[in-house]
Design a protein around this ligand. Structure first.
Ligand SMILES: O=C(O)CCC(=O)N[C@@H](CCC(=O)O)C(=O)O
Ligand SMILES: [Zn+2]
Length: 334
């Protein structure tokens, strides 16, 4: 296999390859751009005009998505997967990956859309670099732009695999993209309704890409991901890369949710009244006191059909400690 196919090994070892550009047997160019960043370019005659950004390891301990991208890259480097799309592979937080931690000092996925400028340290610099790599990748006019940022969650989930779809004023969520996600094994999509500071919010809001955060199961260390079944996503990604994806516009039982409220932790006095092992998508009854914070702030459930995702009272002050979601319909899709 070509040495650049071993991007994960290079990244975990913190090594820069001597040879930055390599060609596969059938003329696909692999170009190392930076730590954990590699561009794949098909021969011009095979290029179908699609640009696909695949990122994982934004949280260093979320290894199933890292292993999935590693397998795809191996397949390309060996000539077994024959791309017709341009692809940018990104491992988001190499140092956190090396240490097996979500992040070192700052959560990279809270540093986009202007936030890295207000912070210092390696993770703020990495978020700036990731923005630049994505901006440059998506700078060619007239090509379709898609970004999947792959994650696994801290806790178990009543709905195992789901996507989060960013929001931008004046832009409608795409039914075709949701059908694609359904075919890739996603069981639910959370439609956001305000701007955000995550990586996919940046590529969606600023680079005009279709962009999704995909949650694929529970986070485990490298080599322990038998419980995370990414087979449907992997099959679909290969089809997307090879440009032979079956056409399908059925949402096929995909459950849709909207954000009702983001629970923001304001102080060290923040208290969340949920068991430590509560699963994502757990329903919450009307009237339930979910959380309390400084100055008698109380988060009481008012919504019909409310559920909680990503509850985490340990986040830094000022950040999201959970999302309250409610069922949504497909009425607003384009
Ligand atoms: O399990 C958790 O609490 C977090 C899992 C995770 O990393 N999720 C992403 C979602 C990003 C988004 O909102 O699009 C995150 O929190 O960064
Ligand atoms: Zn994550």
């Amino acid at each position: 296999m070509l040495a650049l196919g071993k991007l994960l090994e290079l990244t975990l070892a913190g090594r820069e390859p001597a040879q930055k550009i390599q060609l596969t047997v059938d003329g696909v160019q692999m170009r190392w751009l930076s730590d954990g960043a590699l561009e794949v370019r098909p021969p011009e005659a095979r290029d179908n005009g699609s640009d696909l950004l695949l990122s994982s390891g934004i949280h260093g301990n979320e290894t199933a998505p890292i292993e999935l991208l590693d397998r795809l890259l191996h397949g390309i480097a060996r000539g077994e997967i024959k791309p017709r799309t341009r692809i940018l592979f990104l491992f988001g937080n190499p140092e956190a990956m090396r240490r097996g931690e979500r992040y070192l000092e700052l959560d990279v996925n809270r540093l986009f859309n202007g936030r890295h400028e207000k912070n210092i340290g390696p993770e703020a610099m990495r978020a700036a670099e990731l923005e630049q790599l994505a901006r440059s990748f998506f700078s060619q006019p007239g090509r379709s732009r898609l970004h999947y940022d792959l994650h696994t969650a801290i806790r178990g989930s009543k709905i195992e695999q789901f996507a989060l779809y960013p929001w931008k004023e004046g832009r409608q969520h795409s039914r075709r993209e949701l059908a694609r996600l359904s075919a890739a094994g996603m069981q639910a999509v959370l439609l956001q309704n305000k701007t955000s500071i995550t990586f996919t919010a940046f590529t969606y809001e600023q680079l005009e890409a279709e962009a999704f955060t995909l949650e694929l199961g529970k986070a485990r260390p490298f080599g322990q991901n038998e419980g995370v079944d990414v087979s449907r996503l992997e099959t679909r990604l290969k089809q997307m890369i090879e440009g032979n994806e079956p056409e399908n516009d059925s949402l096929d039982g995909l459950q849709l949710f909207a954000v009702s409220r983001e629970v923001i932790k304001h102080s060290d006095a923040f208290l969340m009244h949920l068991p430590a092992d509560v699963e994502n998508f757990s329903p919450l009854d009307k009237g339930y006191l979910l959380a309390e914070d400084v100055a008698k702030t109380r988060w009481v459930i008012e919504e019909e059909g409310a559920r909680i995702i990503f509850p985490n009272p340990k986040v830094k002050n000022g950040l999201r400690a959970g999302i309250l979601i409610v069922p949504a319909t497909d009425a607003g899709l384009a």
